[in-house]
Design a protein around this ligand. Structure first.
Ligand code: PHE
Length: 441
């Protein structure tokens, strides 16, 4: 089934039948970087955030055209992921072969960008081309479930900022922080921030002083808060909540192998905490891997998910709409503007169930739910709205397990015929039995 090699964006990669799991659907999506489209919601949001962060002191070099296939080294090893980290597994990640994969996050480019920064470290200037920070936006890939908010491709923006340590101590960080605080105070939406500021269970790195940790984490948190305040302010305004000028956010401890300490920020939005961004102070080892001299710099990094925020800002009800080619979608958006999406008529959906006995418990084979999702995606593409396990039971005598999945088929752009869905469903059923030792019921 797997060809001997794959051509991806002008490069040929040898494959490996037991590792290669990238599908033709993914290959096709990888040719359509939405963040580069100026009047696509993802592109509009990206630009908005870049401009905001660069409005303080023009400190960020912007990168938007990194190719999606990276090395295992770039995506995992260089960032200190342990060898047995679940993110590395074939059920979570699209592999091209044992050395190349579709990046699972924009952090895969930290090494290269820190490296660029280091090479020009003597020339850092806010107005020149070599800057003390960067912003990388890119499409990222993860095998996942199927529903209105999950899609195997989404978009992130990585941000990072570094200060060289010098005899002048921390005065530079302090000065940069001051500017940021003033700007945040002038925002029309003010944040109510919950943050216990403790490092319990979230330890600092030995090489940094307490003062550096304090100033760097403040600079990081205020930078992320500036983005949140601005983006959500746009939304509050367009909702006509001009009078509503506060927004609740909270900082919680997190863990990432390449930052310490680490946090996540969540925004209280319409009755739920919305996860927006993971971040932390960059580990010394990561800077050294990018050829910074030992202990010569301190800095931070964040990774912001763009799709969920875009859906909320533009009121896009289904993540598949971001990928439609329908002009009734695209004609509604304009560079630089946050507009509310007006749904064109929703086309009726149709439901099909598939039930089967799992391989017996003595069988070697384990079926990961993501593998099943992948089979459906590969056959149905964007005609599948969601796939859900609706029933599961164990036979009392044989103790074999039966599962039933419900597949909701629905197109964003047109009506579906029963014949075409029956044909797709049949292919899904055949693939399931071809690929797994299961028995259809
Ligand atoms: N890459 C992380 C993620 O995808 C986010 C992150 C970026 C965390 C940078 C820390 C620093 O979840």
């Amino acid at each position: 089934k797997v060809p001997n090699s794959l051509w991806i964006q002008g490069k040929e990669y040898p494959t490996n039948a037991s590792i290669t799991n990238v599908t033709s659907h993914i290959l096709e999506l990888s040719t359509r970087p939405l963040h580069q489209q100026k009047s696509h919601p993802i592109g509009i949001l990206r630009k908005l955030i870049e401009d905001k962060l660069n409005s303080t002191d023009n400190a960020y070099q912007v990168y938007n055209d990194f190719k999606p296939v990276v090395t295992v080294e770039e995506n995992f090893d260089s960032l200190g992921f342990p060898k047995d980290h679940p993110g590395r597994s074939k059920s979570d990640t699209y592999y091209v072969n044992d050395q190349n994969l579709f990046r699972t996050h924009t952090s895969a480019h930290e090494m290269e960008c820190f490296g660029n920064m280091q090479r020009f470290a003597t020339e850092w200037s806010r107005n020149g081309t070599e800057k003390p920070g960067f912003l990388i936006s890119a499409d990222v890939y993860r095998r996942d479930e199927i529903d209105r908010t999950h899609y195997p491709v989404f978009h992130q923006m990585e941000g990072a900022r570094v200060w060289k340590r010098s005899e002048t101590g921390t005065s530079e960080i302090r000065g940069d922080l001051k500017k940021l605080e003033l700007q945040l105070a002038a925002e029309s939406t003010q944040l109510i921030v919950e943050d216990d500021n403790s490092l319990d269970g979230n330890p600092k790195q030995d090489y940094m002083t307490d003062l550096e940790v304090d100033l760097c984490s403040k600079h990081l948190k205020r930078s992320v808060e500036l983005v949140v305040a601005q983006v959500f302010n746009k939304k509050l305004q367009s909702l006509g909540h001009a009078g509503e000028k506060t927004l609740k956010v909270r900082w919680i401890k997190a863990y990432f192998p390449w930052t310490a300490p680490s946090w996540e920020i969540e925004v209280w939005w319409q009755g739920d905490w919305l996860e927006v961004c993971g971040c932390g102070l960059v580990r010394e080892q990561v800077l050294q891997n990018a050829s910074f001299e030992k202990d010569s710099a301190v800095g931070w990094a964040f990774g912001l998910g763009l799709d969920r925020i875009a859906m909320l800002l533009f009121e896009i009800p289904d993540i598949r709409l971001l990928w439609t080619k329908d002009d009734r979608f695209h004609s509604q958006f304009e560079e630089g503007k946050i507009t509310t999406f007006e749904p064109y008529s929703k086309y009726p959906g149709t439901v099909r169930d598939v039930a089967f006995w799992l391989p017996s418990t003595t069988s070697q084979q384990q079926i990961h739910e993501n593998d099943l999702m992948e089979i459906v995606r590969n056959r149905a593409g964007d005609l599948v709205e969601s796939v859900k396990l609706i029933d599961e039971f164990r036979h009392p005598k044989t103790s074999r397990v039966s599962q039933c999945y419900r597949i909701n088929y629905q197109s964003m752009d047109r009506s579906l015929t029963n014949e075409e869905i029956n044909a797709i469903q049949e292919l899904v059923r055949t693939d399931l039995t071809d690929e797994f030792q299961l028995t259809l019921r």
